[in-house]
Design a protein around this ligand. Structure first.
Ligand SMILES: [Zn+2]
Length: 130
């Protein structure tokens, strides 16, 4: 039986749209505010805002819009990084990769410790999938 690319493509596109829509809801506005407050600057270059949500592991590489994977990035870093793998990109840009990884680890630790007053799961959200 010959393949039916149109159908398959549509199915993949639908699947992706659903995944992106679902992933989009994972980071709450309050979590984002907390991330911005904790970083206090662009996570990559330390520059000033306004900040955009950047996935450390890009969605295209299996990352998700979650508190653990999103960092505030200035417009310039966000545009430049795009779908690049973060450490390779930082090296190419001669950015302080170690400072970023350390800062990211510390902030995640901090967030996990105070999970009770911020990341409380909302009812109905976060049903396990796949
Ligand atoms: Zn930046």
């Amino acid at each position: 039986m010959p393949p039916r690319p149109r159908t398959r493509k549509a199915r993949i596109a639908r699947k992706r749209a659903r995944r992106v829509a679902a992933a989009d809801n994972d980071l709450t506005p309050s979590q984002w505010e907390t991330l911005v407050a904790l970083w206090g600057a662009c996570a990559y270059c330390g520059g000033p805002g306004p900040f955009q949500k950047d996935c450390v592991l890009p969605i295209s590489r299996g990352g998700r819009y979650t508190r653990d994977n999103v960092v505030p990035a200035c417009r310039s870093c966000n545009a430049s990084k795009c779908n690049a793998e973060v450490t390779g990109w930082m090296r190419r840009k001669k950015l302080d990769e170690r400072a970023f990884l350390q800062g990211h680890a510390e902030i995640l630790l901090h967030l996990r410790e105070r999970r009770d007053d911020d990341g409380a799961p909302t009812a109905g959200a976060g049903a396990p999938s796949s």
